[in-house]
Design a protein around this ligand. Structure first.
Ligand SMILES: [Zn+2]
Length: 375
């Protein structure tokens, strides 16, 4: 299925090929006119912030803003950060700078300001190629360069052409078509969401384990509602009292059960004394059902138990854990303490629902295999 947003952006970015091509055209004259005061088409190479510039037409505004976003996301070399002109990071009087004479003399990158020499020596050097300038202008420009750009500036910056380095390959916009942009944009959309960075570091998960964590709800649950609930946990988007308090929706951020500790997701699902008691009863119930002794950790409860072996027993346990969390979440909403007997009723309901779905989908075998310990 085509991703419409990415397609629209790709079609617009593919205009860069036409813009940088040798061929002229009235449409291009208009863009060149708009950018004339800022270095012409060279502006597109710069580290600009569109807020600093007069309003462009919507077409060019979107093109220029999507281009910076694309470049920020994919380019690993980021040489454009070190271009002096029109840079949002290099400002004089809180405005980006563009000195046409300097630019025409080939002064483009931070390294061209000769920071390895002192101010007089560098000025003497520069006046050899730039006749009409003064020390004040030169010193002011050098002074405006942030320290991080001075320290990190690459010594061999290539000419500022619209060429990026993406995944160790050269990405030359003068050759790229909308399909090339689209493939990259789509590959980025298929990445793990941002919340998974926290998930990985909290539970020390490898990329493979993280993949398993995200596949798990699909392989153990039938109902979309159940799967969606687990994804909300993984993406940390359930509105606990800590979050509701932060947005001014609740006066207190304390736990709905114990009312003594801030209600974070981990506290509610596992660390709270009421939740701990629930999981301890859950472990006893599981033992009586399957003869399998377990001791659940915070990680087991939050992301599930991941294993390289696909076992029916483990799948059922992971499913029960998700239903257990759903049950805790409903208890929170209904303002009652968790109770194992009610949880068992909930499981029985799930059993009936899944039996119904499997009969409807002619998937009886899968159902029986999954629930074998429950008969
Ligand atoms: Zn609590």
């Amino acid at each position: 299925m085509i991703d419409i947003d990415s397609m629209i952006v790709s079609l617009r970015l593919a205009w860069l090929k036409r813009i940088f091509s040798e061929n002229g055209g009235t449409w291009k004259s208009y863009l060149c006119y708009l950018l004339e005061r800022f270095g012409g088409l060279f502006f597109i190479n710069c580290n600009y912030d569109l807020k600093d510039y007069p309003k462009f037409s919507q077409f060019y505004y979107e093109l220029l803003s999507w281009w910076t976003h694309f470049r920020n996301t994919f380019d690993s070399e980021r040489n454009w950060c070190y271009i002096i002109w029109n840079s949002k990071e290099i400002r004089i009087g809180n405005k980006p700078v563009y000195y046409k004479k300097y630019f025409k003399s080939g002064i483009l990158f931070v390294k061209d300001l000769l920071f390895h020499l002192n101010i007089e020596e560098s000025f003497n050097c520069v006046t050899r190629k730039l006749s009409k300038t003064n020390l004040l202008m030169w010193a002011g420009l050098r002074h405006s360069i942030p320290i991080n750009l001075k320290l990190e500036t690459p010594q061999n910056s290539p000419a500022p052409t619209p060429i990026l380095k993406i995944k160790n390959n050269t990405f030359d916009v003068t050759e790229k078509k909308s399909r090339d942009y689209y493939n990259l944009l789509i590959s980025n959309k298929a990445q793990f969401p941002n919340a998974t960075i926290n998930l990985r570091s909290e539970f020390h998960l490898s990329i493979d384990q993280l993949k398993q964590v995200f596949i798990l709800p699909h392989s153990v649950a039938f109902e979309p509602y159940v799967k969606a609930f687990q994804y909300k946990i993984l993406n940390s988007i359930l509105f606990t009292n800590v979050k509701l308090h932060k947005i001014g929706f609740k006066e207190s951020n304390l736990c709905s059960f114990c009312e003594t500790v801030p209600e974070t997701l981990h506290h509610l699902l596992f660390l709270c004394s009421h939740s701990r008691l629930f999981w301890s009863n859950f472990e006893c119930y599981w033992l009586s059902l399957t003869n399998d002794r377990i001791q659940l950790s915070l990680q087991d409860v939050v992301v599930g138990i991941i294993s390289s072996q696909n076992s029916s027993l483990l799948n059922l346990l992971n499913f029960f854990i998700i239903i257990g969390k759903l049950y805790l979440w409903d208890c929170r909403r209904d303002q009652r303490y968790p109770d194992l007997q009610r949880f068992k009723v909930r499981l029985k309901m799930k059993y009936e629902i899944e039996r119904f779905i499997s009969l409807k989908n002619n998937n009886d075998n899968f159902f029986k295999k999954k629930w074998i310990f429950f008969f």
